[in-house]
Design a protein around this ligand. Structure first.
Ligand code: SR1
Ligand code: MG
Length: 407
């Protein structure tokens, strides 16, 4: 394989069809990604909800590439749920945009093709999906430093504070992503709060779930959060920043899968990340939960510090120096992030697309208990988001929720 990828102009099919493992090898050869005659092996390794992911490897050097291809439907449900192939362009463009600010935190994109709905990118097999590692009890000491910096820089530089405000509108237009946004609008902000066919939970949880469906106070707050998601175009967000969208080791972090990217509210990615750390904490014994809370604190602190530095050094908005504006922005980002986290915790527990952190708890009673805790925690995060003054208070909210449910 070449050290630096140079894409030779080659002719290849431009009509979409799902790749096979052999087809992925043929494509890699056609694209000139490996020297002629290289012994190649390929495996489809996609374990996500939506796409095919092929790893093509030089059997001698063991070096590989990833070919990701969107399917015209949601894999997690089947062909009955058609889904736009355009998400592949959104994903490769988002990776390239993020790379212009934080190349160290995203895989390199070598090639993309809209008509085949493929993105060819760096193989990150030396890292592990963070969700898997966290479930195994790993803590990834640099995870929150890296995620906080990734979020702060990508949000700031793509917002009206960090880039030319006319160009921002053009960029926002190129990331209009209605079908993928609708998935989040439905699966995160709507279906779990109603008796909807996409929901998926154990019969034993029916009373707990029904309580959410009948909770008018909760509905009002979720409706406000959904409205923010529908209307808030602060910056280019990743849109699906759960721990399954992150590759990590003790030294490195790479954010993948931004096919849900669009111009959305500042707080959404932070909230999704918090939620998935909390879901992992709910699956752990109490003595092993602290690293997750510490990650939440650090993500927020790093985000505030990096975002504030950029605000003072690179702000393009004439009102930037107006006293109180930065504090106002950070205040609403915090509140929204906590609320979004609450919605995501509930959705991953009873909606479509669960997480292995909870579903993988083998003992049924323990699993049901953890899920009841998740529902209570999600509800508290949503309802109490404006009363929390720091991420440190998430610990006591968590403890109260678990305690209240246990007593
Ligand atoms: C039908 S897609 C289900 C979920 O998978 C993705 O990772 C997103 O989180 C989406 O909500
Ligand atoms: Mg994904």
């Amino acid at each position: 394989m070449k050290g630096e990828f140079y894409i030779m102009p080659v002719s290849h099919p431009t009509v979409y069809e799902p790749l096979t493992e052999q087809g992925a090898i043929a494509l890699a050869i056609r694209l000139g990604l490996f020297p002629e005659g290289t012994p190649l092996a390929c495996r489809e390794i996609g374990d996500g909800n939506l796409n095919l992911v092929f790893r093509v490897v030089d059997q001698q050097t063991k070096k590989g590439i990833i070919i990701k291809q969107a399917l015209p439907y949601a894999k997690v449900v089947g062909e009955s749920w058609p889904l736009t192939l355009k998400r592949s362009v959104i994903e490769s463009n988002a990776l390239r945009t993020f790379a212009s600010y934080v190349p160290q935190y995203v895989p390199k994109v070598y090639y993309s093709d809209e008509s085949l709905a493929i993105t060819v990118m760096e193989d990150l097999s030396h890292l592990q999906i963070a969700r898997k590692g966290l479930i195994e009890g790993k803590t990834y000491p640099l995870l929150s430093q890296h995620i906080g910096e990734f979020i702060a820089k990508t949000l700031f530089y793509t917002s009206d504070f960090g880039m030319n405000q006319q160009e921002k509108k053009q960029l926002a237009q190129s990331f209009v992503n209605p079908e993928l946004c609708k998935i989040t609008e439905d699966l995160v902000f709507t279906d779990p709060f109603f008796d909807h066919e996409t929901n998926n939970f154990e019969d034993e949880l029916r009373n707990d779930v029904k309580a959410l469906w009948d909770d008018d106070k909760l509905h009002l707050e979720v409706a406000k959060l959904k409205h923010k998601f529908l209307t808030g175009g602060d910056a280019l967000i990743h849109g699906d920043l759960h721990t399954g969208s992150i590759f990590a080791s003790d030294e490195e972090t790479k954010i993948i899968d931004p096919e849900f990217a669009f111009y959305g509210p500042f707080g959404f990615d932070i909230g999704q990340f918090f939620a998935n750390l909390l879901l992992n904490a709910l699956s752990r014994p109490e003595q092993q939960q602290e690293p997750l809370f510490a990650h939440i604190d650090k993500t927020w602190n790093v985000f505030v510090s990096v975002f504030s530095d950029l605000w003072h050094s690179h702000n393009v908005e004439p009102y930037a120096k107006t006293e109180g504006l930065l504090e106002e922005v950070l205040h609403y980002v915090f509140i929204d992030a906590i609320g979004f986290a609450g919605c995501e915790v509930i959705r991953r527990t009873i909606g479509l697309a669960h997480v292995a952190d909870l579903d993988g708890i083998e003992d049924k009673e323990e699993r049901l208990q953890a899920k009841r805790h998740a529902l209570r925690l999600g509800r508290s995060l949503i309802l109490q988001r404006e009363t929390l003054s720091s991420t440190k208070e998430i610990r006591s909210l968590f403890a109260q929720t678990v305690l209240a449910a246990t007593n």
